[in-house]
Design a protein. Sequence first.
Length: 337
Amino acid sequence: MNSLSATSVHYDLNKFTYILDKITSAEFCQEPFKHIEIFDFLSEEHFNSIITSSQVAIPKANDSKSLIDTLFDKDYEIIRFPGCANSVNHYLNWLEDKSVYKNPTKPCEGMGMALRLKNPQDKILLELKNFFASDIFKKALEDKFDITRPTAMDTGLQKYLYGYEISPHPDIRKKALTYMLNVNPSDNSEDLDIHTHYLTFKPHKQFIGEFWHHNENIDTCWVPWEWCNTVKKQCRNNSIVIFAPSWDTLHAIKANYDHLQTQRTQFYGNLWYKDISRMPKVYYYQFDIKPVIRPGSKPQVRTPKSMVKSWVKKLLPHRGHNKSDRQAVQIFPQDYD
């Protein structure tokens, strides 16, 4: 497939100045955590050009294998991504038998596939790819969220197939910022079960957030859906949510829909801190603490803040080419999820 070159088509800054202005002027939402959410983020002209482009509006497919082949032909590639299979065979086998490939460290039932557009064909897709990867866009994000430490940008246009699931999590500490911009090509996308949830812990599990809050040298983890309450979903098309991950930035996704008709599609990006290396992690099942029952008293879980740091040593784990065979491309740091 012939592609436009990034050198021949960069971007006209004046064309996207309005994006910078919207980020700069956006007010912070505080529920369920600090973030900005902007509706009608892209201009109507730009948005319509994206969702009608040949690499976003994919024709309906007869089966999952032919859909994936079409996405390969459109210059998408599989990427290593949380909640996703890393090869076509891996994914198709899971679709046939969902009891396989269970991960004991992840409280999920699903396993999707994430594909990133490698070579944009339409001018608007290439221009936005270059703009979202630009220093001026990166600086606008850093300034908005007061990020002063060195970071690296990763961004791309991505499609997520049926089964994609990440249970509630706040993002690992190496992430400085996350953004998600919905550019779904389907007219009924807002009604589909494909959208990101933003959550809080249920009262009896709030101690986990306190643990993360008071132990910044311990990484975060995914937790079961039933430990959290959804406060809102990002359903609106052409809406963007941006936040700086912290101990309370719980979000999750479970894509339960027919990807043969249309696909969940986003411009997705992260800023990654350059000065943070791999950290020890406590997994969700280590937080599944049982009540302490004392004679003559009601069962209770002892979780005051004064006890949180004392748990660390106890909780920390010990360290110790054919298309069907295509493997995912590693684009994020190891243990990014």
